[in-house]
Unconditional design. Structure first.
Length: 158
């Protein structure tokens, strides 16, 4: 039994680290919110390193929420800081989380939904180095209830 526990822990650790492994061509990091609420004062800052400036990348905002989330969408601002400290760029996004016809968008496990929403298709990074993306929710409800986590996914485009 001790060997089974140890094997499970090693497997879990490997899977946890592989979520941010660029050798697969994918980086994803999600930050959990306390009490399933996203206060406007909490602005996740996600850092990732780009070494390949020739490839194109698809960039997604990842939102995990439960079935009790009150809206079909979420307004989110992404502020990007390039390596070298140039002026940050920002973009405001209306993320569609549900439609009236189909319901919630994304993958579901019981009453929890993961939505990976493409915000920048086939993007090229001009400089190698560490990029920072800060996410902030722009909804009127504060804190925004029934949101478990928010994050960023960057993957090589095909």
């Amino acid at each position: 039994m001790h060997g089974v526990k140890r094997s499970f822990l090693i497997l879990a650790a490997t899977l946890g680290f592989s979520a941010c492994n660029w050798t697969t061509g994918v980086f994803e990091k999600n930050l959990r919110f306390k009490d399933q609420e996203w206060p406007s004062s909490v602005k996740p800052d996600i850092a990732f390193e780009i070494t390949d400036t020739i490839s194109s990348y698809n960039i997604y905002i990842v939102i995990r929420h439960n079935d009790a989330y009150h809206y079909n969408n979420m307004y989110v601002r992404a502020i990007v800081k390039d390596p070298g400290g140039t002026e940050p760029r920002r973009g405001d996004y209306d993320l569609q989380l549900a439609t009236n016809g189909k319901g919630w968008i994304g993958t579901a496990m019981d009453d929890i939904y993961d939505a990976r929403l493409l915000i920048q298709p086939k993007t090229r990074f001009r400089k190698p180095g560490v990029y920072h993306v800060m996410l902030e929710q722009l909804m009127r409800e504060d804190p925004l209830k029934n949101v478990l986590s928010a994050g960023l996914r960057v993957e090589r485009a095909e």
